[in-house]
Design a protein around this ligand. Structure first.
Ligand SMILES: Nc1ncnc2c1ncn2[C@@H]1O[C@H](COP(=O)(O)OP(=O)(O)O)[C@@H](O)[C@H]1O
Ligand SMILES: [Mg+2]
Length: 370
């Protein structure tokens, strides 16, 4: 059988650039080289796309950038930073040996804004190439905490009480908005930029002064800000895999070492505890898995997503927190770990994701089988 050309894209402009490098290195090591012919493209933090033909280790340690060349331009496509040709047929890429390869599937191992938010997915649609993960709509809705909440609320998915403000409104009517928030919520209050990730720009405000500061901070990252009731409970995550008939993994628990799972706790302290699978009563485990699938379908997710919840102390209420359509994918990341304890090995996961990408593409393009 002819090998499939899989383009793995890593790096990216978001704050999760480094995680992407580690995720991509893990994926590249695990991909079956007898089935896949792998083409790697790295995106620098500045957003420059570079064709990379070096070793996997250099991706992981960040040195790839120095040795990578820019994506070669195909005849007729101008510009120094030529991207991938759009329009006619499926995407092609020109390698450094001058050979042009047709891309069968793209695996965008990119987290956060510009990787997981529908923007790059739009580019893949324009290129007319199958790609791993959620489509444009599901990616962008899941990235926007305010919109995701609204859609899921309409379908009765339990969530923390929330409100959405714009930074512009806040700057205009600061006192009125602060008063309104204080009328509706009790401290502590979570303040988040609507579109971010990695806990960047998120604060738990304990009083009026902190609330003002946290809105200013969130306003640095987005024009839209989500205000949320703080939930006292356990943080539970669930991995979902599939297109029309998705499956949910056994859930896992995150036990942050800080007051909440903030940026420092996530990426620097290294003291967070992960319990996979989570030690939950069976009834709760099943409810979490069911709700994860419901959320996944409501947002029209495909491929994969990690759905994060709180299980409230005292009430055992399961409340949705957020959906990540390209969760961390290193060998020790939560998503693969949860799938592993559910019976799906890392290598098989990659095969399945590639097949799901092709299945989705073919369903959407019935006249143009890939
Ligand atoms: N309403 C809330 N109640 C309690 N903790 C919260 C709440 N919202 C967020 N957190 C804490 O903040 C962390 C980051 O928030 P989250 O909404 O998941 O943003 P991100 O997309 O950056 O991961 C969560 O993992 C959790 O520890
Ligand atoms: Mg989160």
């Amino acid at each position: 059988m002819k090998k499939m050309n899989v383009m793995v894209i890593f790096g990216g402009k978001s704050g999760e650039h480094e995680i992407s490098l580690i995720s991509a290195a893990s994926i590249l090591r695990a991909m079956d080289k007898s089935k896949y012919n792998i083409i790697t493209i790295g995106i620098t933090k500045e957003g420059i796309w570079k064709l990379y033909e070096g070793s996997i280790d250099e991706i992981e340690n960040g040195n790839w950038e120095k040795i990578a060349g820019r994506v070669r331009k195909k005849k007729g496509f101008g510009g120094d930073m030529c991207l991938l040709p759009i329009g006619k047929g499926n995407g092609v890429v020109t390698l450094s040996n001058g050979k042009t390869e047709k891309i069968d599937v793209i695996f965008p191992v990119l987290h956060g804004p510009f990787g997981e938010d529908g923007t790059i997915q739009g580019l893949f649609e324009m290129m007319n190439v199958p790609y791993v993960g959620a489509g444009v709509l599901a990616s962008s809705v899941a990235m926007d905490k305010a919109i995701a909440k609204k859609i899921l609320q309409a379908d009765g998915i339990p969530q923390a009480e929330y409100d959405v403000i714009t930074f512009k409104q806040y700057k205009k009517d600061e006192t009125e908005i602060i008063n309104r928030i204080e009328d509706c919520f009790e401290y502590p209050i979570f303040v988040k930029p609507a579109n971010m990730g990695s806990s960047v720009g998120i604060t738990k405000a304990h009083n009026r002064e902190e609330l003002k500061e946290s809105i200013k901070l969130a306003g640095k990252y987005d024009r839209k800000i989500v205000i949320e009731e703080a939930i006292n409970g356990r943080e539970i995550e669930c991995a979902v895999l599939g297109n029309d008939n998705p499956i949910a993994s056994l859930p896992a628990e995150i036990i942050p070492s800080a007051e909440f799972y903030d940026y420092h706790d996530k990426y620097i302290a290294g003291t967070t505890r992960f319990v996979v699978p989570a030690d939950l009563p069976e009834g709760i485990t099943e409810k979490v898995r069911d709700m994860a699938i419901r959320v996944y379908k409501l947002l029209d997710c495909t491929g994969l997503a990690r759905v994060d919840f709180f299980v409230e102390s005292g009430t055992d209420c399961i409340l949705l927190n957020e959906i990540n359509t390209m969760p961390g994918f290193t060998k020790i990341s939560m998503y693969p770990k949860m799938m592993e304890v559910t019976g799906i090995k890392y290598e098989d996961l990659i095969d399945r994701l590639i097949m799901l990408a092709i299945e989705r593409f073919n369903e959407r393009n019935p006249n143009k089988k890939n």
